[in-house]
Design a protein around this ligand. Structure first.
Ligand code: ZN
Length: 485
């Protein structure tokens, strides 16, 4: 896609800092932990390391070695201090974690944040969101909304995210410029938009995008069937055939509400997950978003098919959709990941906030205070997400050989003091303002609390232009002003 999009302040047209310094200094290092004479890109010396693997471990007096985008060593600090590197970064009072994986969202919907709150899912979608999207969704809308989302995601500790929205070609370009890792599941649904006229057109455009990004290091393209109620059975059957041919991920909203399940029982005579199973759409690359109101049979189907559950607790609470029984799912051996969903139904894209909600809601849902411990919740938000997206060999934990997708959190603020328990402080006491540094594949996205690949003032200015347009539209179709609220 070629349209007039500003790229100011983004790495897309700039050399990467480490690469630039390498060129300037003539380094061509090959680094590994057993060869300390070579030169690393970066050695990080945090106060604590929470590697997620091994489970429950918190390291002190250790350093993480980063070379060519990968974690090439986790070594005692005194050893780390002696390794030659382009940069040594000391992070006092900060914890180093694997970057958070936000496994479900609709990033451009940040522009619709707050526009239709306090309405149930069906009303919210059909009377508010879909009409507005029909009127406004365009390449410019997706560009402005996605940039705002990326800024919020990055500053909240997300390094990998999954997105399902129209004009995924534009989203992919913005992600590429911002430097995050992503799974884009192009939307398939029978609702006409400026991007595509129907489900078939969605598939055609999406598959072309998948071809275009086949060799991209950080972006993978999958299929985002919206739901069993918005995609016709013929299209779902076609998707099943495609998935077999392509080995692509499938993400779908499933069992979001009891009403969805009741509707499917009326239409197909079976529950949505059984319907998907009959069509051959459950499997290890299937990501089921929401999964509330589950029976034991539903959980058996998830487990036996190795499908993944993407839990979106805040969205489920705000739309009064229901609760996913995360504790039961994990105990049954089902992989669970965490997602914020879009900003029109959350209304935050803070993975730290989501992590906290997930841990609290699991206890309320099961009436067991032991459900989804802080350690388990952090694993869901990192490794669980990586497993769901099929990239657990690359991200989700701080382990030698994995990509250097890392975040640093400042734990010196009043609300995280004193530090009786690092993981507990991060999960239960953080308020989302702790992020100081972020890297994806060793490239810095945030340094000392400042985003490096996204320009906040420009992004805010572009986003700020949209509410006027929505108001003018509302006045033009309903002078009484009752349309949106
Ligand atoms: Zn969603």
């Amino acid at each position: 896609m070629h349209h007039s999009i500003s790229n100011s302040g983004l790495w897309g047209h700039l050399p990467h800092p480490y690469r630039a310094r390498r060129q300037a200094t003539g380094y061509t290092p090959v680094m590994n932990a057993t060869n300390p004479s070579s030169v690393a890109d970066l050695i990080i010396h945090p106060e604590w390391i929470v590697p997620v693997v091994p489970r429950g471990q918190v390291l002190t007096n250790h350093s993480v070695v980063v070379t060519d985008g990968c974690i090439t060593g986790i070594v005692p600090s005194n050893e780390g201090q002696r390794i030659q590197a382009i940069e040594h970064l000391n992070l006092p009072s900060q914890a180093l974690l694997p970057g958070l994986v936000n496994a479900h969202g609709h990033s451009a919907m940040t522009l619709l944040r707050g526009i239709a709150d306090d309405a149930p899912l069906r009303t919210w979608l059909q009377d508010h969101i879909w009409p507005l999207e029909a009127a406004f969704v365009s390449e410019t809308f997706v560009r402005d909304g996605t940039d705002l989302a990326l800024l919020e995601l990055v500053m909240g500790g997300t390094t990998t995210f999954s997105d399902m929205y129209f004009f995924p070609d534009v989203t992919a370009q913005r992600i590429d410029l911002a430097g995050l890792r992503a799974q884009l599941v192009f939307p398939v649904l029978d609702v006409a938009t400026a991007w595509a006229t129907d489900g078939e057109a969605c598939l055609k455009k999406g598959l072309a995008l998948r071809d275009e990004y086949r060799d991209h290091a950080l972006i993978q393209i999958g299929i985002g069937a919206h739901s069993t109620y918005s995609v016709p059975e013929t299209t779902l059957r076609k998707i099943a055939t495609l998935l077999n041919e392509l080995d692509a991920p499938l993400q779908i909203h499933l069992h979001e509400t009891q009403a969805e399940i009741t509707g499917a029982l009326d239409t197909h005579g079976e529950r949505p997950i059984s319907f998907l199973n009959r069509l051959g759409l459950l499997g290890p690359r299937t990501q089921c978003v929401h999964m509330t109101a589950l029976t034991d049979e539903d959980i058996d189907l998830l487990r036996s098919s190795n499908s993944h559950v993407i839990h979106c607790p805040r969205s489920n609470m705000k739309l009064a959709s229901g609760v996913s029984p995360v504790d039961r799912l994990l105990k049954a051996g089902v992989n669970v990941a965490l997602g914020t969903d879009g900003a029109a139904s959350n209304n935050r894209l803070s993975m730290l906030g989501e992590l906290q909600m997930a841990a609290l809601l699991a206890k309320l849902e099961s009436l067991e205070a032991t459900a989804l411990s802080a350690t388990a919740a952090l694993e869901v938000a990192t490794l669980g997400g990586a497993r769901a997206l099929g990239i657990e060999a690359t991200v989700g934990s701080i382990e030698t050989g994995k990509a250097a997708d890392l975040i640093a959190l400042d734990l010196s603020q009043p609300h995280t003091q004193p530090l009786n328990n690092i993981v507990s402080q991060i999960v239960y006491a953080s308020n989302g303002t702790e992020l100081t540094h972020s890297w994806v594949a060793g490239q810095p996205l945030v340094r000392d609390g400042k985003p490096l690949t996204l320009a906040p003032a420009e992004i805010s200015a572009r986003a700020a232009r949209w509410p006027e347009k929505f108001k003018a539209h509302k006045a033009s179709i309903d002078p009484t002003g009752n349309h949106l609220s």
